[in-house]
Design a binder for this molecule. Structure first.
Ligand code: T1G
Length: 703
């Protein structure tokens, strides 16, 4: 955002049009707010101007304050001299004309205006809580006056983007234009219509509509689980409460206090880091600038199992007609049944409308065989995770698909070069690793085999974004970036049991840390037999592979997790609540006796560090081998693939908070104590010696 900020006051006869032109999203960067204030003052001073319009140039209205400016010590205009304060003192009406996004300070400016109109596709919201702060431009005081405290609390504590038709129904907008209407000329006409209406309808002058006094405590309870360990969501509630109990100016002062308190908090800095890491991950430094992703219209999915079904739903959810096939009609029917049930569950939960379910289901086309997909332009293979099952599928696809078709595999670990070697089109092959459940999890790990063309990789990355995923690039290595960096964590958690921990003890530490579920409970959800399959393959390939006898013993006893009613925990019929199982404690004791492993007590911190440091070390190996572009890409994968608590920024960002040297020293101590498994990676040693934070680590060239 090096371009000079531009705010122009243009005249359309008797209407002043204030144009904010600060690409890409008209954030309130340096000079923008001052430019708006200046334009308002000039508009008010110009006798020919009877009313004004505030509009954004380019693809959006104002998408909020410039997030890059937070925590930099930049000075905010004092209370009373900000854009919405000047609007409050305006003698002439100001109409906000909204397209694209009116978010954060953008919506707050619109709430400062006297009228708000929008195009149907526009979205409005106050997402500040998602970056660890609260609306700091009067939003917590003006929005409750417009929509009532209940709706305001929902919008401000969730940060959700509200589509224009709903915003009209809620009373945020005064008008939504017909589809295709020209926003600027409609806004100018609207301004002309209201130019002489007095008094000017200022939002601040409205009384807060009646509300249930228990609303605030009820909201605190409702958000308790997802707002654990965080401050911003609770400050949002307090600020809206202030709007309902204090005069406007005092409420504004309270909001301002909370904003100053939160702007540079650990939580806010971590969430800002995550925001930009999610934007950075889309940038491929070595992708030739002239390479454009290929458009696709006709995707197909091979395999209607849990993953294949979820992948097909992802395409259908984003408007694509998708073909799906499986080896047998029975398997295909089971897959379609599972898809129907998944949608029905969402309808029952109220997160999907019945007619929307029908529309999406109608886009998923079960087909009998390869002949039915030969003209598709993209195929995602999601068959059983074994090379001897995947290779025949790829050989067949190579034989029957049109030569340009792109073939993607949903493998979560297998060698993509080996898979591509059974085809004559290695340049058109890539890995697209979805996370379970594929229609819910936002991460798509895009794997680059050595012979894939840049266009194939660009298309795979773009495909993810087009179906609502965050695409992150990974090199072709066992387990790629996500599972490979996670594997030591999965091993360490079981090894801790050999030394005296219990599954529920480890899970409590990780839940307290901020995970929605502990890793042992997650294991039971995913199925312990799946993990065992991967361990068998690795042990076969590497004689030094560190076996996990306790985990293997459970699988030998048929304890696969939720699906068998017992795994690391036991489960009551029809209930997913994990219950510690004395049988598991007995199995652990038995294996410990067989191994003779020395026992000791663990602090919660030691458990946390053993799990996460093991993955930090492996992530450094991945970077030094050039299998990931940035440390922040690893963080995006942990946030969106493994549920790492977002307000901690991500694995590597969190480790930077501990300090590279501290992480290295601890790992080196465990190296001495436990041997090779804890050998520090070369990059980690280098970063520790040079005092370089993980987020500034320079990985080897990607390969
Ligand atoms: N500040 C700085 N940069 C921003 C930005 C912002 N608010 N919003 C977007 N960008 C950059 C982004 O980094 C990327 O840059 C490019 O714009 C395109 O974004 C006082 C304090 C608007 C829904 O939280 O949610 O107002 O990578 O890839 O997918 O109360 O951007 O190309 O170099 O995301 O179409 C509140 C944040 C701020 C909105 C568009 N506002 N932005 O999504 O594009 S706090 C927000 C978004 C505030 C007041 C408070 C999304 C978007 P680059 P993109 P997109």
């Amino acid at each position: 955002m090096s371009q000079a900020p531009v705010v122009r006051l243009e005249k359309d006869n008797d209407i002043g049009v204030i144009v904010v032109d600060y690409p890409p999203v008209n954030a309130l960067g340096p000079g923008v707010a001052d430019g708006i204030v200046d334009a308002l003052n000039r508009g008010n001073a110009d006798p020919e101007i009877r009313a004004m319009v505030l509009i954004g140039a380019g693809r959006s209205f104002i998408a909020g304050a410039d997030i890059r400016g937070f925590g930099t010590g930049r000075k905010r205009a004092p209370l009373g001299s900000r854009t919405y304060d000047v609007m409050d003192r305006s003698a002439k009406p100001v109409v906000a004309a909204i397209h694209g996004y009116a978010l954060g300070g953008g919506l707050e400016n619109a709430l400062g205006c006297h009228y708000r109109i929008a195009v149907p596709a526009a979205k409005v919201g106050l997402p500040e809580v998602q970056i660890g702060i609260l609306p700091g431009g009067g939003g917590t005081q003006r929005l409750p006056r417009l929509v009532g405290p209940k709706v305001a609390l929902d919008m401000i504590t969730s940060g959700r983007h509200v589509p224009a038709p709903e915003a009209l129904a809620l009373g945020i907008l005064d008008e939504v234009l017909p589809e295709g209407a020209d926003l600027r000329s409609s806004a100018v006409a609207y301004a002309r219509r209201v130019a002489d209406i007095r008094p000017l309808p200022r939002v601040r002058d409205r009384a807060v509509p009646p509300y249930d006094p228990g609303l605030f405590d009820a909201t605190r309870k409702a958000i308790a689980r997802r707002a654990r360990n965080q401050k911003a969501p609770y400050r949002c509630i307090e600020a809206v409460e202030a709007a309902c109990t204090l005069p406007f100016e005092e409420g504004i002062a309270r909001e301002n206090e909370f904003f100053a308190e939160l702007e540079n908090s650990d939580e806010a800095r971590a969430l800002r880091y995550a925001f930009f890491a999610e934007r950075e991950v889309a940038k491929l430094p070595d992708m030739p600038a002239d390479i454009k992703p290929r458009d696709f219209h006709d995707p197909a999915v091979i395999g209607a199992g849990t993953m294949g079904g979820g992948i097909a739903m992802s395409f259908a959810d984003f408007g694509y007609d998708v073909k799906i096939m499986d080896a047998t009609e029975a398997a295909l029917n089971r897959g379609m049944e599972r898809i129907r049930n998944n949608y029905a569950t969402s309808v029952k939960r109220g997160s999907l409308a019945q007619d929307d379910m029908e529309r999406r289901l109608a886009r998923i086309h079960p087909v009998a065989g390869y002949d039915d997909i030969k003209d598709c332009d993209i195929v995602v293979e999601a068959v059983f995770e074994r090379m001897d099952v995947k290779k025949p599928v790829f050989a067949k696809l190579d034989e029957i698909m049109n030569p340009d078709a792109l073939l993607f595999s949903n493998t979560s670990a297998l060698d993509m070069d080996d898979l591509a070697s059974v085809t004559g089109r290695a340049q058109n092959i890539a890995g697209t690793h979805f996370f379970s459940p594929a229609n819910v999890m936002k991460l798509l790990e895009v794997v680059r085999p050595s012979k894939a063309s840049p266009e194939t990789m660009a298309t795979a990355m773009a495909m993810g974004r087009k179906i609502g995923k965050i695409s992150a690039m990974a090199g072709n290595t066992d387990g790629f970036v996500a599972n490979r960096s996670r594997a030591p964590f999965n091993g360490e958690m079981v090894i801790l049991l050999e030394e005296g921990c219990l599954p529920e003890q480890v899970d409590k530490v990780m839940v307290d840390f901020g995970y929605p579920m502990g890793p042992f409970a997650v294991g039971d959800l995913a199925g312990l037999d799946v993990g065992a399959e991967g361990r068998k393959r690795r042990a076969a390939a590497n004689p030094n592979y560190r076996k996990l006898p306790i985990a293997d013993r459970l699988v030998e006893l048929g304890r696969f997790g939720q699906k068998t009613g017992a795994g690391w925990y036991r489960y009551e019929k029809g209930d997913r609540t994990p219950h510690p199982d004395p049988e598991v404690a007995a199995i652990i004791k038995q294996v410990i006796a067989e191994l003779g492993t020395p026992q000791h007590d663990f602090t919660d911190q030691e458990i946390l560090f053993r799990l996460l440091f093991s993955s930090v070390n492996e992530a450094c190996r991945i970077l030094e081998e050039g299998k990931a572009y940035r440390a922040s890409d690893v963080d995006v994968m942990w946030l969106h693939g493994f549920g790492f608590p977002r307000y901690r920024g991500g694995l590597m960002y969190w480790a930077d908070g501990i300090g590279v040297k501290n992480v290295y020293d601890q790992i080196e101590r465990w190296h001495q104590q436990y041997g090779e498994r804890w050998a520090p990676s070369r990059l980690l040693r280098h970063l520790a010696e040079s005092g370089t934070p993980f987020r500034e680590a320079k990985p080897a060239p990607f390969r």
